[in-house]
Design a protein around this ligand. Structure first.
Ligand code: PEP
Length: 259
């Protein structure tokens, strides 16, 4: 079964709601110029929460092809949760994707696999596709324990999800040592772990779910390395940080991910 590649740009805590308008307009113009086909490779931006309304109005009003998501979601129903954002609120803003368990959330906000699984479940219940992030830090990689570490994160982060929910989710392998460092994993490194993730999904939920789930690589992806990463049989796309803030570069990455 062919899996549609996904190129998701994580803006992190960059770009306010005013600047978001021009960044999305420039990206969309570049995609139109390049005759990008969203069915061949989906291009998604993940702005901060405060930008989402501006992005929604722009995308809907001008019928832009760019799709958008969020960077985090509450695991809880609306109610007494100061500072949190419910999945239903995001769905009403047209959000299609949300990252859960990004390494910056795991590190700075002490999110564990159980929290990640609860957030993924809340997103799915609201009709939003979670991009479930996993990945080892440098010490684990140097100990050569990266595959077992990531597989354990996959087990914990998918806990409680049904086979259909897993099939409809995205799993992003992001080695922490490669995020924002310019240190990209080799294509073989990415394939080794992305393949292990897919095999784990097969072991948990069977071949069909393993064939359907999309597995991304993230960590210093650029137009100069995306093509080789995308050639790997178990790499279905990329989660892009720094490079997605340059609309021309992000459009180039999207173009190279299409084939
Ligand atoms: C990320 O934030 O998920 C990421 C992969 O960042 P960068 O591309 O800058 O390494």
């Amino acid at each position: 079964m062919a899996r549609t590649p996904l190129i998701a740009g994580n803006w992190k805590m960059n770009v306010d709601h005013v600047a978001a308008v021009s960044l999305v307009q420039q990206l969309d113009a570049a995609l139109v110029r390049d005759e990008h086909d969203q069915e061949a490779a989906e291009v998604v931006v993940l702005p901060p929460f405060t930008d989402l309304r501006s992005v929604q109005v722009l995308v809907d009003g001008d019928d832009l092809m760019v799709r958008y998501g969020a960077q985090d979601v509450s695991a809880h129903e609306p109610g007494a949760r100061t500072g949190e954002i419910a999945a239903g609120f995001l769905a009403r803003l047209g959000v299609r994707y949300v990252t859960v368990g990004h390494s910056e959330r795991r590190t700075h906000h002490h999110e564990d696999d159980a929290t990640v699984a609860a957030k993924a479940s809340a997103a799915l219940a609201a009709g939003i596709t979670p991009i479930i992030c996993v990945g080892e830090d440098l010490a684990v990689r140097q100990d050569r324990r990266h595959v077992e570490h990531v597989v354990a994160q996959v087990d914990g982060s998918l806990d409680g999800l049904s086979a259909d929910q897993v099939a409809g989710s995205v799993i992003a392998y992001e080695p922490v040592w490669a995020i924002g460092t310019g240190e990209v994993a080799t294509a073989a490194d990415a394939q080794e772990v992305c393949s292990a993730i897919r095999q784990r999904v097969v072991a948990l939920h069977g071949d069909d779910v393993g064939e359907r789930v999309r597995v991304l690589y993230g960590g210093s992806v650029k137009s100069s390395n995306v093509a080789e990463l995308m050639e790997q049989v178990d790499v279905d796309g990329a989660l892009v940080g720094g490079a997605c803030l340059d609309p021309e570069e992000f459009a180039r990455i999207a173009g190279l991910a299409r084939s």
